[in-house]
Design a protein around this ligand. Structure first.
Ligand code: ARG
Length: 460
């Protein structure tokens, strides 16, 4: 048991208490951030004359050698230390002696952990953004390719009106675009440096917080020292953005699972992204899509968990906050893994265009267009709606689609029908006539894809 705070105690910590309290098993992930923060702190202490130039030099060299030894596997961060901060400090003192004992001047583990976690999360936000961007690029490429791939659009999972695959994918482009923008917003709000807040009330040493903030790539120091050590809002914001990404992935996965089903057969998932059954030789299962859908629960859980942890915490630092790490780390790894896998899966799917188009042609997806046709011939829309309703019933009885009826049959139901009805309700017309901004018609989609491309070009 290696602790930084033995002085006031007359008894050894109970072993179970020690293990319960320790965080090194999971905060060891923060070693890079911890060392980088300590280096900036030491540089500032020497600039301010709080430690000597020689002491700073020894600290810098000691910290660099610790980093190198960890990265090259010469030392291991073991459970012998309470947390990553104790590990680094104890190692430094072992290496350079007394100068090492000065590193923690004007600092507390409270502002130290707040700093480490912010730096870690900042990098995660950037990484997640780039994975979302990669997926967006893939989706834009698919939109280009499938601007004329017809398929039914659904409401209530019932065929509604025909759309194109490009149009369907474009809906997901918008969702992931908002995710990307959300992550950018979070970065802007969180990129302030809590180092120098001390335990909660700042410090009496003349620290230069602007200096450390800028050395560490922050926009500036955080303002209120009590908030600085107890703010975990940025983690909750990150988890909320991550939960939303997972929700979008999960919705898309659900559609992939449906489209891949024996009943739909719209798509073929690539062998590399499918799995088999141990008993049923014919099976090719969409496990990856199902797993992504399933993992959404973990990320939602992390969000609810941290919200709940934080809800009753009085100012300022309380140990409850140590609970932020495991679930946030897990959510980060989950969302990144799912984004990468999803991109690989979706980009290798092959689409059965004929089946999709045939599916768009049955199920009366052109019923609205048939009603609109009658409106053009002077029938009020509400009447047209009723007439086409009766027509659909007639077709269901006969087991055919509207365009399979003869003109005489159509005229029997409504005399306003003419020869041009067939052209007016063809699949192509139904899609291509929808040209309002954001609609599936070719020209409208071309504009939408242009806007997507412009977004991608400016997304940095
Ligand atoms: N392991 C702690 C955490 O993750 C670091 C801060 C400890 N501070 C303290 N006063 N016990 O929150």
């Amino acid at each position: 048991m290696a602790q930084l705070w033995g002085g006031r105690f007359t008894k050894e910590t109970d072993k179970l208490v020690y293990a319960f309290n320790a965080s090194v098993s999971f905060d060891r992930k923060l070693y890079r951030q911890d060392i980088r923060g300590s280096k900036a702190h030491a540089a500032m202490l020497s600039k301010q004359g709080i430690i000597s130039v020689e002491e700073e030099k020894a600290i810098q060299e000691g910290l660099s050698s610790i980093l190198k030894d960890i990265e090259e596997g010469r030392i291991e961060i073991t459970d012998e230390y309470e947390d990553i901060h104790s590990f680094v400090e104890a190692n430094l003192i072992e290496r350079i002696g007394d100068a090492g004992k000065k590193l923690h001047t004007g600092r507390s583990r409270n502002d130290q952990v707040a700093l480490d976690m912010r730096m870690y999360t900042r990098d995660e936000v950037v990484e997640t953004k780039s994975l979302v961007l990669k997926l967006l690029t893939t989706l834009a490429d698919m939109m280009d390719k499938h601007i004329d791939t017809y398929m039914p659009g659904f409401t209530h999972l019932q065929k509604a009106q025909p759309v194109t695959l490009a149009h369907h994918i474009g809906a997901y482009f918008e969702m992931f675009k908002r995710d990307w923008l959300r992550l950018s917003d979070i970065y802007e709000r969180m990129n302030y440096c809590p180092l120098g807040a001390g335990a909660l009330a700042g410090t009496t040493y003349p620290l230069d917080r602007d200096y450390t903030a800028s050395e560490l790539g922050f926009y500036g120091p955080t303002l209120n020292s009590m908030d600085s050590v107890s703010d975990r809002d940025y983690l909750i914001e990150y988890l909320s953005a991550a939960a939303m990404i997972m929700m979008h992935l999960s919705r898309f996965c659900e559609e992939i699972i449906i489209w891949n089903s024996n009943e739909y057969r719209y798509i073929e998932i690539d062998d590399a992204y499918s799995t088999g059954s141990s008993i049923m030789p014919q099976k090719k299962n969409p496990d990856i899509a199902e797993l992504i859908r399933g993992k959404t629960g973990r990320v939602y859980g992390a969000l609810m968990s941290l919200l709940t942890t934080m809800k009753g915490i009085p100012l300022a630092y309380n140990k409850d906050m140590q609970e932020d790490k495991e679930l946030v780390f897990d959510a980060m790894d989950t969302v990144k893994g799912c984004l990468a896998l999803f991109e690989g899966m979706v980009s290798t799917i092959s689409f059965n265009k004929e089946i999709m188009a045939a599916s768009a042609m049955n199920g009366f997806t052109n019923a609205t267009d048939a009603a609109d046709y009658l409106v053009l011939k002077g029938v009020p829309f509400r009447d047209a709606h009723g007439i086409i309703g009766r027509l659909v019933l007639y077709c269901i009885d006969k087991g055919c689609s509207i365009d399979e009826l003869t003109l005489d049959e159509l005229k029997d139901i409504c005399p306003q029908f003419d020869e041009d009805i067939y052209e007016a309700i063809s699949l192509k017309t139904c899609v291509e006539k929808r040209l309002t901004t954001g609609a599936p018609g070719h020209d409208a989609m071309t504009e939408e894809i242009k806007a997507c491309r412009a977004f991608l070009k400016n997304a940095v």
